[in-house]
Design a binder for this molecule. Structure first.
Ligand code: ACO
Length: 430
């Protein structure tokens, strides 16, 4: 039975309706608060604000649970693939064999960028961050599909555009990498699966195909799958906010890329590697660094440890660590940064400072190590995250479009600026 919630403002009592989610989480509905009382709520960072009802992803941070459409992340990681999981997130059910084949065909048919997009790539300086190129090019790609910009999203061919976006983000990402490294673009190959095709576009050379080690392909596919959705995080909320104005799918996704870019969000995986490089340059094996972290010298943090939501463990980190060990063993990699990472992990997991604060490795600690081992440059790490997150953004966009109760996102504020004052002419200003 729903609990009764009452709000008492100066003796005037307002009963607030409550809502219980399918996993038992409870909320109070304040949508009539302002019209009935004149009050609004203030919740910086929206830590206590449910912005929507969603049936896509469930997280219980205390118990370390992450589920896509009801399926446990560990089971999906073991038994599914990124492409199948993308279908699940977007359409709500695991695909039949026919549906999966059709979806894969759509991805392949839509993998090529419009040829004139090559001129856009030419316009970027070599110093451009790949995330800047990614967001600009996703938005630019929408201009080649007039039905996207018709202003009526019911007119658009959603399955084609969704597949186009998921497929082309990979092509744009690889082109961005090659542009930054002054390498000629490598076109996608229809015979390759999603992740193998990406590695081919990244690392093959004209006339010389790169080796596609199945364990490496699997590891990267797993990284994409583990990042595919994560409830109402900063970038997904951004996508939903832009979508609420009925902006098109590509414009909404492009905004998601920008939100993901920041170091407090998707940029954390890059920060892990930068931290390891700094420790190495100082000639430390990690011991001195951890002492400084614990003593809060310069407010240093062990990047890749801790999480706002997960307080027992990050279920994605548990899965990715196993893959990380396999990849490193396969590649027989000898890398001083990887040695430092292992040392940091070993010390931190047994140290009272980290145990007491419930600080465990998060997904970014290991994904950064795997990506480095397979040769992906540090400034491409957040791009990898964006490729993985695209199905989640698409699924959330679709949910907004299909929600008949959806309203344009328009938060209120508590104004704290100057009150009314007369205009001061220029010659009278101090
Ligand atoms: N290293 C050292 N100490 C830490 C760390 C860390 N990584 N994270 C938290 N702490 C300490 C804080 O200093 C604080 O200590 P105190 O109680 O002595 O003051 C305590 O733990 C609680 O810290 P908060 O900042 O309140 O924890 P919060 O849950 O708000 O922060 C966050 C979560 C931002 C992820 C934090 O753990 C952090 O900065 N981690 C490193 C960055 C990182 O890896 N981010 C990626 C997150 S995963 C993702 O985005 C996919």
């Amino acid at each position: 039975m729903n609990k009764k919630v009452e709000l008492n403002i100066d003796g005037k009592v307002l009963e607030l309706p409550t809502i219980t989610g399918s996993e038992g989480e409870e909320g109070m509905d304040i949508s009539a608060l302002r019209s009935k009382t004149g009050f609004i709520t203030l919740d910086p960072g929206y830590g206590n604000t449910g912005s929507c009802k969603s049936a896509i992803t469930f997280i219980d941070g205390e118990k370390g649970i992450l589920r896509y459409r009801g399926y446990d992340i560990a089971e999906l990681a073991e038994k599914s693939s990124f492409v199948e999981t993308a279908y699940l997130l977007i359409y709500g059910e695991l695909p039949t064999a026919t549906e999966l084949a059709e979806f894969s065909t759509l991805l392949t048919e839509n993998q090529m960028l419009h040829e004139s997009m090559r001129f856009h790539f030419e316009g970027f300086p070599h110093t451009a961050h790949p995330m800047a190129i990614l967001s600009a090019m996703i938005n630019a790609a929408s201009s080649y599909y007039p039905d996207l910009a018709s202003g009526d999203n019911r007119e658009m061919n959603f399955p084609h555009h969704a597949a186009r976006l998921i497929s082309q983000i990979r092509t744009i990402a690889a082109f961005a990498y090659r542009k930054a490294h002054d390498l000629p673009p490598i076109y996608p190959r229809s015979t390759l699966d999603y992740t193998a095709n990406f590695l081919h576009m990244m690392f093959s050379q004209p006339g010389e195909d790169c080796e596609l080690n199945p364990e490496i392909v699997k590891a990267l596919d797993l990284i994409f799958l583990l990042h595919a959705d994560h409830e109402q995080n900063c970038s997904t909320s951004t996508v939903r906010t832009v979508a609420s104005s009925r902006a098109n799918l590509f414009a909404s996704a492009s905004a998601g890329v920008c939100a993901l870019w920041g170091p407090l969000h998707g940029g954390a995986n890059q920060a892990v590697l930068e931290m390891l490089e700094e420790i190495h340059q100082e000639g430390d094996d990690g011991t001195k660094f951890l002492t400084e972290v614990k003593n809060k010298v310069g407010n240093r943090r062990l990047m890749g440890f801790g999480h706002r939501v997960y307080k027992s463990f990050d279920p994605r980190a548990v899965i990715i660590k196993q893959q990380c060990d396999k990849v490193l063993a396969q590649l027989h990699k000898s890398d001083p940064l990887l040695e430092i990472a292992k040392k940091l992990e070993e010390i931190a997991l047994n140290d009272e400072y980290f145990i007491a604060r419930k600080l465990y490795p998060n997904v970014d600690f290991y994904s950064g190590i795997i990506m480095r081992a397979i040769g992906i440059p540090t400034d491409m790490f957040t791009v990898m995250f964006a490729i993985g997150r695209m199905p989640g953004w698409v699924a959330n966009y679709k949910e907004v479009m299909e929600d008949t109760d959806s309203r344009i996102v328009r938060p209120r504020q508590i104004y704290t600026g100057a009150t009314l004052r007369p205009f001061v002419p220029l010659d009278k200003r101090a």
